[in-house]
Design a protein around this ligand. Structure first.
Ligand SMILES: [Zn+2]
Ligand SMILES: [Zn+2]
Length: 525
């Protein structure tokens, strides 16, 4: 959920606007609470996107629904954002495509983008010229020693910026626990080629579909070894289209086949490119694992290559999926046993060090990653002799002057949970929590002249077993009737409150149960 605001004089810009995936509270997504930012900075001038990964662009529609500001994004990210805005029916958004090398003047900040290596096309970092000096934000990055076609890292430009002096460096901390240098994309490609050539039957390659370099590699390998490619899943299809439209993939004309054609091909002539590397139950890969796909059925002897990694938190789901394939006699190649089949998009320690050495900033703040990763990255900056450093937490206000750096304030922050493209309110989250832990009990009352007319109707779910439910529901109903009997209520709300209170007391004292209790008056009070 990357999102940072940078203010300078009257100008405020937001850098990235990402989401995280979650299943907390039954939500699907989570993003930062923009409340304080929107209240304090009605004069926000722009949202600047570094690259197209979900943790950098995913919350844009939710932000733009609250405040319309121009969005600057590099080409690949802009194409993904356009799709997302269409899904949310957000029209007339001022989306400006700004590739690496471009300059923008935004209020008193002049911004230049530079290209970095990362696991998505058009990843950029930002050089922000401010009245207190130059601030460099790396975005997500790695430094490939032997980049593949289309991957660019603007080292010369950064050397020049370093010569002019960098006041502050904000740098990606994700790889801070990995020693040495990250595996390069080309090596992952070579390893994939080996495994695909060695596979006697069908091959499924599961990868992050936003990585057009990896898609291009798999498509090339398939063509060279005489396999047709079936793109399985929305995300792989979408990203292939986007990458083609931006010229990142060669013409695929006769290479692609539809899912319905896979079974008709000899088994050694099919390659399936699938999304769902995180074990998401609805994904194409999970359906293949459960053998529930409408058209494609894998068999013993087929190979599944996970050219990916399990994002922390998803390990169990990924393992379950691996086991489904292995149980059915498929060969499964994962990074755990064969680390060569995937290359991370984030630089390891030596690349982080190289970035510090390259820019020689006066001040350093690690970003992107947990507290642990940022602390480890900070150690690195100390080793490199950077005197001014600061760890920041969500909500911290960091002040940079010509000669000082420090946290000067903390502002309200929080998490907004999204379910079905809408934010869950605190009330809904509290109700879901109560239902999840205690079940649900509803009391329906009927009043006449402000008085209870008959025995209330009580319904419960997730509180008692079927065998005792009816009996105990009736007990609650009688309890509520006994408490409300003889009282005259001014309105429905008053009666409902009394009913909830009566049911609550009975359930807590007699049954030690705390379900979510609702009460409704039916008919005229
Ligand atoms: Zn990224
Ligand atoms: Zn990221």
């Amino acid at each position: 959920m990357n999102c940072a605001a940078l203010s300078c004089g009257d100008t405020t810009i937001v850098i990235d606007c990402g989401i995280g995936f979650t299943d907390e509270h039954g939500a699907e997504l989570v993003h930062a609470d923009f409340g304080w930012l929107l209240e304090q900075h009605r004069n926000l001038e722009a949202i600047v996107i570094t690259h197209g990964h979900e943790d950098h662009i995913g919350a844009l529609p939710y932000f733009l629904k609250q405040l319309r500001v121009p969005v600057f994004a590099p080409p690949y990210a802009a194409a993904l954002i356009e799709d997302r805005l269409r899904e949310h029916r957000l029209r007339n958004v001022d989306l400006r495509v700004s590739p690496a090398g471009s300059h923008e003047q935004i209020g008193c900040i002049s911004m230049e983008r530079f290209a970095v290596h990362h696991s998505i096309a058009d990843a950029t970092g930002l050089i922000l010229d401010t009245p207190v000096g130059t601030v460099v934000h790396t975005g997500d990055f790695k430094i490939e020693s032997d980049p593949c076609e289309g991957q660019r890292f603007d080292r010369d430009r950064l050397e020049q910026v370093a010569r002019d002096g960098v006041r502050l460096l904000l740098s990606d901390s994700t790889g801070a626990d990995v020693d040495g240098r990250a595996r390069i994309e080309r090596d992952a490609e070579t390893a994939l080629e080996d495994w695909i050539l060695r596979s006697p039957n069908r091959v499924v390659v599961a990868t992050f579909s936003s990585n057009a370099f990896r898609l291009r590699a798999v498509l090339r390998i398939a063509r060279e070894c005489g396999r047709k490619v079936c793109l399985l899943g929305m995300s792989v299809q979408k990203h292939t289209e986007t990458a083609q439209a931006l010229g990142l993939l060669p013409p695929l004309d006769d290479l692609l086949i539809a899912p319905g054609e896979v079974d008709g091909l000899p088994r050694d002539q099919a390659l399936i490119l699938a999304g769902g590397t995180q074990g998401e139950p609805a994904s194409a890969l999970s359906r293949l694992g459960r053998d529930e796909h409408a058209h494609v059925h894998l068999e013993a002897g087929d190979t599944v290559i996970f050219s990916s990694r399990a994002i922390p938190g998803n390990e169990l789901g990924v393992f379950n999926l691996v086991n489904r394939f292995e149980r059915r006699g498929l060969e499964v190649i994962t990074r755990a046993r064969h680390p060569e089949v995937h290359a991370s998009g984030h630089g390891s320690r030596e690349e982080q060090r190289a970035m510090i050495k390259l820019l020689r900033p006066e001040a350093f703040v690690p970003v992107h990653g947990t507290h642990h990763h940022r602390s480890r990255h900070l150690e690195l900056a100390h080793e490199e002799g950077i005197a001014q450093t600061q760890l920041v937490e969500n909500g911290n206000v960091l002040e940079l002057t010509r000669d000082t750096l420090g946290v000067v304030d903390t502002v309200p922050t929080g998490r907004i949970y999204i379910d079905g493209m809408r934010a869950l309110s605190a009330e809904v989250i509290a109700e879901r929590r109560a239902m999840a832990s205690g079940g649900l009990l509803s009391v329906v009352l009927s009043l006449k002249g402000g008085r209870l007319r008959e025995l209330p109707h009580v319904l419960s779910r997730g509180v008692w077993d079927g065998s005792e439910r009816v009996r105990l529901e009736r007990k609650v109903a009688e309890q509520v009737r006994n408490r409300l009997k003889g009282q005259r209520f001014g309105d429905a709300a008053e009666a409902e409150e009394a009913a909830i209170e009566a049911a609550r007391k009975f359930l807590v004292h007699n049954h030690r149960r705390r379900p979510l209790i609702t009460a409704d008056v039916h008919g005229e009070p």
